[in-house]
Design a protein around this ligand. Sequence first.
Ligand code: 2AM
Length: 175
Amino acid sequence: LEIQSIRVFFAISPSKFIQRQLAHQAELLAPICGGRQIVMPHFHLTLVFLGNVSVQRIETLRHTMRNIAAKKFALCLNKISYWKHNQIIYLHAKQFPAELFDLVTALQSTLSEAGFVFDHRVYKPHITLFRKAAHPVNTELINPIHWPVNQWTLLQSKPTQTGIDYVPLGHWRLK
Ligand code: 2AM
């Protein structure tokens, strides 16, 4: 008997309107940094990364989300930075709102209580714009991206013939 598992994580996903702004920012950077630009439908900000979860437990995972009451917030994305260790260029903020960290903390404790395991590395919120960047970029945006967030999503990272796809498995509203 084979127990099938899927790769999943919680994230916030931008609307089309915000996706276009992220893509525009990436277009401006592309000639400077090189590398593989993230395609518009793949933009996201990870909240908690679980990795492999057995298919049988996904319904329980979704169910535990009902215990979370977290508040709406808005991100002001105003910095572009580079991580040398994985050659990623990412968008982030000088200051993230406390509500973002509250949401992550609520997810972590709810998941722990329900017996789910997840990545415990120090949480560094970011939106990956490029992988395998050839040149580092570290800059501040003159026109920050204002992203109002009113829900979070469970995403499956699904391998395809051409790469990966992110498939939404559920979403929950912030209050
Ligand atoms: P990255 O963009 O910096 O690679 C899907 O893989 C998402 O989960 C991506 O946002 C990825 O971050 C993040 N991710 C992948 N592996 C992870 C891990 N072990 N811990 C935390 N986040 C991870």
